[in-house]
Design a protein around this ligand. Structure first.
Ligand code: NAP
Ligand code: ZN
Ligand code: ZN
Length: 347
């Protein structure tokens, strides 16, 4: 076994503290990755706090992992020692169901094996990227293009793909009016990707505080949701709205901003259930949908797209010891725009 150091929560809502554990030696198709950086997703906070139920402890969060291959199993063909690689939100799936066969492993009928707070097929609890090393099957690893910096690429492994996938599925592009609700980790990647796809992009944010940043990221328009006038003047305007909001909010207000046949896609997952008025859907034949990260094939496509379009995350690098403060700032919508842990700080 391989000795690993990390930071873990030992119970719900606990502060993260140093934690030593073991990873498996690479099997035939596994690679060992020396982790360099790990992004902090709002999901890490939901999971540590057991807001969605089913959290298990000790929990080492982190599913925006980038690093360097340091060991390969005897039958590995895709990677070699020294390669720059990434790992996102899952590390395995059944590989036989229809979604798995179609590259949609995130919707695996038998349940994907999540990178942390999950269980490997051999029964081992999975532990995430706030740690020094990880062993992963090569089929669940992403190649990081040479021109991309590791630290600014880490958030693409969850935030990037979570926005790329619905933007592609609902065909964001020239002539389409897209709104992104919430300019946080997910939202800022959505603005950059939708802009690169050629769509008209609007940000719907609490206030106008983040307006200059949003414009630099490629937003054409920026509106404050605290201003009631926003909901009057934008009524029936958007073809697609992607909501990254992580707390409960008034869904109907936003549905009313969709044009004929427009779609609102929810990717943020608040703790509480929300209510809606069907009249918001019936008028303008609107649709409400959801979307979960993206499969391995699409995640690689997203990384290649970002590499070609010079897209990276806007980050603040922190040491692992600053994790508590970073979580507080995320909860206050004060992240600019993703915290990334420098894993060297674990030593
Ligand atoms: P984040 O960085 O905290 O960003 C969320 C943004 O939502 C905030 O920056 C804020 O933007 C806005 N917001 C927060 N509270 C709000 C409120 N009360 N009212 C209105 N807007 C509010 O979080 P994230 O990492 O982007 O994650 C967002 C959500 O997506 C989380 O629930 C996370 O678990 C979920 N998620 C889902 C998937 C998926 O596959 N579906 C993947 C990853 C994460 P403004 O300041 O601009 O208003
Ligand atoms: Zn995430
Ligand atoms: Zn499957």
């Amino acid at each position: 076994m391989i000795q690993v150091i990390g930071y873990a929560a030992n119970q719900a809502k606990a502060q993260l503290t140093p934690y030593s554990f073991e990873r498996r030696e690479p099997k035939e198709h596994d690679i060992l990755i020396d982790i360099q950086y790990c992004g902090i997703c709002h999901t890490d906070i939901h999971q540590v706090n057991n807001e969605w139920g089913g959290s298990t402890y000790p929990m080492v969060p982190g599913h925006e992992i980038v690093g360097i291959v340091s060991k390969v199993g005897s039958k590995v063909t895709k990677y070699k020692i020294g390669d720059k690689v990434g790992v996102g939100c899952f590390v395995d799936s059944c590989r036989t169901c229809t979604p798995c066969k179609n590259g949609l492993e995130q919707y695996c009928t038998n349940g994907m094996v999540t990178t942390y707070n999950g269980v490997e097929k051999d029964g081992t609890a999975t532990q995430g990227g706030y740690s020094s090393k990880i062993t992963v099957d090569e089929n669940y690893v992403l190649k990081i293009p040479d021109n991309m910096s590791l630290d600014r690429t880490a958030p693409l492994l969850c935030a990037g793909i979570t926005l790329y996938s619905p933007l592609m599925h609902w065909k964001a592009g020239p002539g389409k009016k897209i709104a992104i609700i919430g300019l946080g980790g997910l939202g800022h990647m959505g603005v950059k990707i939708a802009h690169a796809l050629g769509a008209e992009v609007s940000v719907l944010s609490h206030s106008l505080r983040k307006l200059p940043d949003g414009k630099k990221m490629g937003a054409d328009h920026f509106y404050a949701t605290s201003d009631p006038e926003t909901f009057v003047k934008l009524q029936g305007y958007f073809d697609l709205i992607v909501s990254t909001v992580s707390t409960d909010f008034d869904l109907n207000q936003f549905l009313n901003l969709l044009t004929l046949d427009g779609t609102m896609v929810q990717v943020g997952l608040p703790e509480k259930e929300t209510t809606m008025n069907f009249a918001s859907l019936i008028g303008n034949r609107r649709s409400l949908s959801g979307s979960l990260i993206g499969g391995i094939k699409e995640t690689q496509e997203m990384l290649n797209f970002c590499s070609q379009n010079n897209i990276a995350s806007d980050i603040e690098i922190i040491s692992i010891q600053e994790i508590g403060e970073a979580y507080k700032r995320i909860l206050n919508s004060d992240v600019r725009y993703r915290f990334v842990i420098d894993i060297k700080s674990l030593q």
